[in-house]
Ligand binder design. Structure first.
Ligand code: GLU
Length: 308
């Protein structure tokens, strides 16, 4: 894909400040978009107030700007788009692609895949607690720019929740409605979201049949010594804007880009580093294997990644 047809995005959840793992996803999606003369949007996925940290959203935006990762257009806030999610659910219910469900977490505790309990209708006198998307049982395939050819049988994910029992919109519904609305056709993000991809492809096919995502890329994760993805929960440290150039170089190196042969160093301004990175960007140079992160710029190949 070339020219201004490319539309990509970075979609952080404001559950904490940016850490090195989220910077990696931001830099890769930014470089891929800019390399294709594309648009790069920032969407704040603030849909889950109990998990959000006050001030994190503003901090994320300030940090992106300090790292030179400038976005196109206004930031989209999911918390302000209730009407869009509501009308998408209405249309899914109207066409039979979604159904109400009375199952509680406890009722489903024994199974990792939804067994289809409420697919054919609710028990007499019961009203829906949540709503689920009816996932057609077929094989979903895509050529992932980083992970290679992917195949997933829909029955592995089952009918997933689009509106939660606590009344909040599910990530799966919001992300697809927003990607369609924003014209996003290229999605570069962390490999922790690989499992969500078939459901998102299916939902998108129903809501916008002619507008499939044409470019998927799932990036390797930075993991701690226990193999867990770096996150606020695993005590990942926030990144410091005062070290922006140094950290950009580190992340580009982790992404397999030959930054150490470019003459760039920690004194180079961020704009200059990113200009080089988008010009020389090669997504095929990214290793799909997770990396173990030891902090302070030190990483090794994850033992888990190596045995795969
Ligand atoms: N908001 C999601 C996260 O922070 C990312 C969503 C996406 O890129 O599709 O994990």
């Amino acid at each position: 894909m070339s020219g201004s047809g490319y539309v990509g995005r970075f979609a952080p959840s404001p559950t904490g400040r940016l850490h090195i793992g989220s910077l990696l996803a931001a830099v890769a999606s930014w470089c891929d978009a800019r390399h294709h003369d594309g648009k790069w949007y920032v969407r704040m996925e603030d849909l889950d107030p109990p998990r959000e940290v006050p001030g994190a959203a503003d901090d994320i935006l300030k940090t992106l700007a300090a790292f030179g990762l400038h976005w196109d257009g206004p930031v989209v806030w999911q918390s302000q788009r209730d009407g869009m999610y509501r009308s998408a659910l209405k249309s899914l219910l109207g066409s039979g692609h979604a159904f109400g469900c009375v199952c509680t977490r406890r009722m489903l505790a024994e199974t990792s895949v939804y067994p289809g309990t409420c697919r054919l209708g609710l028990p007499e006198g019961k009203s829906a607690r949540s709503h689920r998307f009816r996932m057609e049982d077929r094989l979903w395939s895509w050529n992932d720019q980083v992970q290679g050819q992917q195949h997933a049988q829909a029955s592995q994910s089952g009918d997933f929740v689009v509106r939660r029992a606590d009344g909040y919109w599910a990530y799966q519904l919001a992300v697809v409605v927003d990607d369609i609305d924003q014209g996003v056709n290229s999605i570069i993000r962390g490999a922790d979201l690989l499992e969500s991809t078939p459901g998102q492809m299916a939902l998108r096919e129903v809501l916008a049949p002619q507008e499939a995502v044409s470019r998927w890329g799932h990036l390797p994760l930075l993991v701690n010594e226990r193999g867990q993805k770096l996150s606020k929960q695993t005590q990942a440290k926030p990144i410091q804007p005062s070290r922006a150039s140094e950290l950009l170089i580190l992340v580009l190196d982790l992404l397999g880009q030959p930054v150490h042969r470019s003459g760039i160093d920690a004194r180079t301004p961020v704009e200059e580093i990113l200009n080089w990175a988008s010009g020389h960007w090669d997504i095929r140079a990214i290793s799909p294997k997770d990396r173990q992160w030891h902090g302070d710029g030190h990483s090794t190949r994850s033992p888990k990644g190596e045995s795969e």
